[in-house]
Write a protein that binds this ligand. Structure first.
Ligand code: URA
Length: 241
């Protein structure tokens, strides 16, 4: 069966307006499907439908989309999983083929981007320009003392080489905010383990200028053009975290 969504939701997911704003656009007769004005926000839209706003194409097939998703624990961040576990891609609309930008461990929650824009994905994950990413880690054996914080900031020895200097803030006896500009496998977990504080819970709360904010767990939202531009700019400005 061809997946379909309601027109209001389709426009909101494409980043055109909020759900309510999209409904207003539809009622104002500014939205067409296949050239015919549509006034019902509940009208179904499928992949084959050409949706326009004020005559300009919107959504699937019209170009690049970027979604922010709040990944739940237990969901893999690959596009497909041979073990058939739920994937982060299944949390966003299916009108276009999306790919996760980078990876989060299956147990890590929080902000991950999905896009069909290969160039943006490359920019955001290229080791040379990797944008800073901030994680909130709840760790074992509190309190985390100054010595451990200094070691994390300076770089700790890992089995694939020392970690680069990082920004590390203690926001509670057992809670750290760690900003890295590199993304090695299980890096935050290995860094915390190396200073004697294994990670109990890990959440990504920021990618460059983009905050997870109040996006509910399991939910997605389309980024605005301004947000995508800000991400692009962040990824082409090398420097420390
Ligand atoms: N560091 C980790 O250890 N795990 C993640 O999922 C992301 C960063």
């Amino acid at each position: 069966m061809v997946p379909s969504v309601r027109l209001g939701k389709f426009l909101a997911s494409a980043g055109v307006a909020s759900r309510r704003g999209a409904e207003e656009l539809i009622r104002a007769r500014r939205v067409s499907i296949g050239g015919a004005v549509v006034t019902d926000p509940a009208r179904d839209v499928g992949v084959e439908d050409a949706v326009t706003l004020d005559g300009a194409p919107v959504g699937a097939g019209t170009g690049r989309v970027v979604y922010a998703v709040n990944k739940p624990a237990g969901v893999v961040s690959t596009a497909r999983d041979p073990q058939r576990r739920p994937t982060v891609v299944s949390l966003a609309p299916a009108e276009v083929r999306l790919y996760p930008v980078g990876r989060l461990d299956i147990d890590t929650t929080g902000l991950i981007l999905l896009t069909n824009d290969g160039e943006l994905a490359h920019l955001l994950t290229h080791p040379r320009y990797e944008v800073p990413k901030t994680y909130r880690a709840v760790v074992a054996r509190p309190p985390v003392r100054e010595r451990a914080l200094s070691a994390l900031r300076a770089g700790v020895e890992l089995d694939d080489g020392p970690s680069l200097p990082a920004r590390v803030e203690r926001i509670g006896a057992d809670t750290l905010e760690i900003t890295l500009r590199e993304g090695r496998k299980r890096q935050v977990r290995r860094m915390c383990e190396a200073v004697g504080h294994p990670v109990r819970r890990l959440q990504r709360i920021r990618i460059g200028p983009l905050e997870l904010g109040s996006l509910p767990v399991g939910a997605h939202r389309a980024l605005s053009a301004d947000e995508v531009d800000a991400l692009r700019r962040a990824s082409v400005r090398p420097g420390g975290p």
